[in-house]
Design a binder for this molecule. Structure first.
Ligand SMILES: *[C@@H]1O[C@H](CO)[C@@H](O)[C@H](O)[C@H]1NC(C)=O
Ligand SMILES: *[C@@H]1O[C@H](CO)[C@@H](O)[C@H](O)[C@H]1NC(C)=O
Length: 621
């Protein structure tokens, strides 16, 4: 040191504690499991940055990554192997002309934003290509991009398939070899479109350019829901769902609202009205709201699609990750919406957007066949074999009434203050008939993966795993063979994602009791069990069986070695909308940030810091 200052090591005891008001124990802070996740980072990736897109080749376990000016192939079964790499960059003169149009040097690169399989087994790759989106074809056996005769990469326009701007939010999904996208469709990024972006030219339908259809949307996710022949007696069409947040036109203030849009796969637009536009574009508001506190989470950030009974499309559920426009600090919530509930709202009343004197009281009568409905066997039998045959009055109605009157509502499964989740994936526990709830895998903006068990109304934090540096937000989570491939723009990690064995201690295992896990004391192992937990507080009972004093309301004690002058953040895990509060030795060098406590260490503020959280009270009649 030499400067006369003495830094003595002192001990501060941190006691994040969970107090039961009623209901399940929702909170606990646990250490991470850093070392156990194999990771590819900048040492392997070298100059490759801005990884944004994942595509898995399931049978070989190869993971394709779309990055800045490059496509990588990673062998997920052996992360020690150097990934293969294709460079696909922008020629110098193209880059210069992009900069000349006022774009930054960094943005005038080729950010690969789309990797999807074509029906012939090739991969369709699209990149921003210096604000002039382009697509190319990846030949897998040789891992090369197809070339033209003169040796250049064979390209076709990527307009409507991939955004112009590298950081713009966008989503795409392949349905039967045809690409459906929700993206901006001009250089300025002012035109938004949900479109069928490939396939025969006359079938490339898109949205009407009306703010009733899309109003400044931020696209988040999309899903293709295919009918199965044996569960489709009405001959209903396959559907594509898009999820986004947009400005609400029906409210006066600038309020953002999360939305779901449904279009039908065989929709080719109308004959005169809605020519080359969707005739099945129906939109509904999603509401993720904690009724008791009135807190609404109105900004959608990610959606994970899961079938609760594998193979049955009608059992599809959409797990939405939300944050709030009104909350100044970070907050995250998860709400789940069933396909059944969405369909019910889409079959319900239409919202009247154009209030005129005539229709103020009585909404316009709904013509037949019902506007926005997918074509099925019955409609085809009536002569509507194609959307081109739909009557004009049906088409004008759907053009003017894209929004449904009712919302799809859900209560949060999980709310965390002070944490910003960026990505979500879900594994369901147990077999179809013996469904035990789910484990949520949540990526944070600070390079961590959190796992939360959800059983009925009870959410329990299982573990928090720091994977990457805090500067690297998680931007991908892909589940494959019981593992989660988790990525940031600079790294990829592989962690165990399925089965009770991934919980390393009796305490973590006890918290997963609700999803069917039980600790075996002999084998020192967490395993799945068919036996139902006994009555009473499930997690609590299981915790009591653990050796240590960890039981009901028993805090997890952590000794922190600190130095005087150090500023530290003591985390307190909040899973419910109810507040958490801290008790600590009286002094003025602390400040509460959301539910965490910032402490500047002095000689006299050492001691016990206890965080107490209330949990949600669920009263049932
Ligand atoms: C949730 O917690 C309550 C209260 O502890 C308990 O009675 C209930 O069985 C739990 N539900 C599930 C599905 O674990
Ligand atoms: C690309 O990465 C750099 C550095 O990691 C970052 O500053 C930049 O915002 C990224 N750009 C995009 C479009 O993601």
């Amino acid at each position: 040191m030499g400067d006369g200052m003495t830094l003595s090591d002192v001990v501060l005891v941190l006691v994040p504690m969970c107090c039961l008001m009623s209901g399940g124990c929702l909170t606990a802070t646990l250490g991470g499991l850093g070392g156990t996740a194999p990771i590819l980072d900048q040492k392997t990736f070298k100059s490759v940055t801005n990884v944004s897109t994942y595509l898995l080749h399931p049978s070989s376990g190869t993971l394709f990554l779309g990055a800045r000016n490059a496509i990588l192939a990673v062998d997920t079964r052996d992360l020690n192997q150097q990934p293969k790499k294709i460079v696909w960059d922008v020629p110098e003169e193209k880059r210069k002309s992009c900069v000349g149009k006022g774009k930054t040097e960094a943005d005038c690169n080729n950010y690969i934003r789309l990797l999807e399989y074509l029906k012939d087994g090739r991969v369709y790759a699209c990149g921003t290509y210096a604000f002039d989106p382009q697509c190319a074809f990846l030949h897998l056996p040789s891992f090369t991009l197809e070339k033209t005769e003169d040796g250049a990469v064979k390209m076709e326009t990527g307009k409507g398939k991939c955004p112009f701007e590298p950081s713009q939010r966008y989503t795409a999904v392949m349905a039967d070899g045809i690409l459906y996208t929700a993206a901006t469709s001009n250089f300025l990024g002012t035109l938004y479109d949900i479109s069928r972006a490939t396939g025969p030219e006359q079938e490339r339908v898109r949205t009407d350019q009306s703010i009733n259809w899309l109003n400044d949307p931020e696209f988040v996710s999309s899903a293709y829901i295919e009918q199965t022949p044996d569960s489709n007696p009405t001959g209903d069409d396959d559907k594509i769902y898009f999820f986004f947040t947009e400005m609400a036109k029906e409210h006066d203030l600038y309020t953002k609202v999360p939305r779901v849009v449904r279009v039908c796969k065989s929709d080719v637009g109308g004959m005169k009205t809605l020519q080359r536009r969707w005739t099945t574009f129906l939109k509904a508001q999603l509401v993720c709201e904690d009724k008791p506190s009135g807190q609404r989470y109105n900004i959608l950030t990610d959606v994970f699609t899961a079938q609760h009974s594998p193979g049955d499309p009608s059992s599809t559920h959409f797990y939405g990750l939300f944050t709030s426009q009104w909350e100044p600090n970070d907050v995250s919530a998860v709400c789940v919406f069933s396909l059944f509930d969405i369909s019910k709202v889409m079959d319900g009343p239409f919202k009247e957007l154009k209030k005129t004197c005539e229709n103020w009281n009585s909404p316009e009568t709904v013509p037949t066949p019902r506007p926005g409905q997918c074509l099925n066997s019955a409609l085809k039998a009536q002569g509507f074999e194609s959307s081109l045959k739909l009557p004009d009055k049906v088409l004008t109605f759907v053009r003017d009434h894209p929004l449904m009157e009712n919302s799809v509502t859900a209560a949060p499964l999980l709310v965390r203050k002070g944490i910003k989740y960026t990505k979500l994936a879900v594994t369901l526990m147990g077999e179809a008939e013996d469904q035990k709830g789910a484990v949520l895998h949540l990526g944070t903006d600070r390079g961590e993966l959190h796992q939360v068990a959800v059983a009925g109304q009870n959410a329990t934090l299982l573990q928090e795993i720091p994977l990457f540096s805090p500067q690297e937000p998680v931007n991908n989570i892909l589940l494959h063979q019981g593992r989660a491939l988790v990525g940031s723009p600079l790294s990829v990690a592989r962690v165990q994602a399925e089965g009770c064995t991934l919980y390393p201690s009796c305490e973590v295992c006890a918290r997963a009791r609700g999803v069917g896990c039980e600790w075996s004391a002999e084998d020192k192992l967490c395993r799945f069990t068919e036996t139902e937990p006994g009555p009473g507080d499930v997690v609590d009972e299981a915790l009591k069986k653990c050796d240590a004093e960890a039981g009901r309301c028993t805090p997890f004690l952590k000794d922190l070695k600190v130095s005087v002058g150090l500023r530290i953040l003591l985390p307190c895990v909040q899973l419910s909308p109810r507040p958490c509060s801290w008790e600590y030795p009286p002094h003025r060098h602390t400040r509460q940030h959301h539910s965490d406590l910032a402490v500047t260490v002095t000689e006299d503020n050492l001691g016990k810091y206890v965080c107490t959280c209330q949990v949600q009270v669920i009263v049932q009649k």
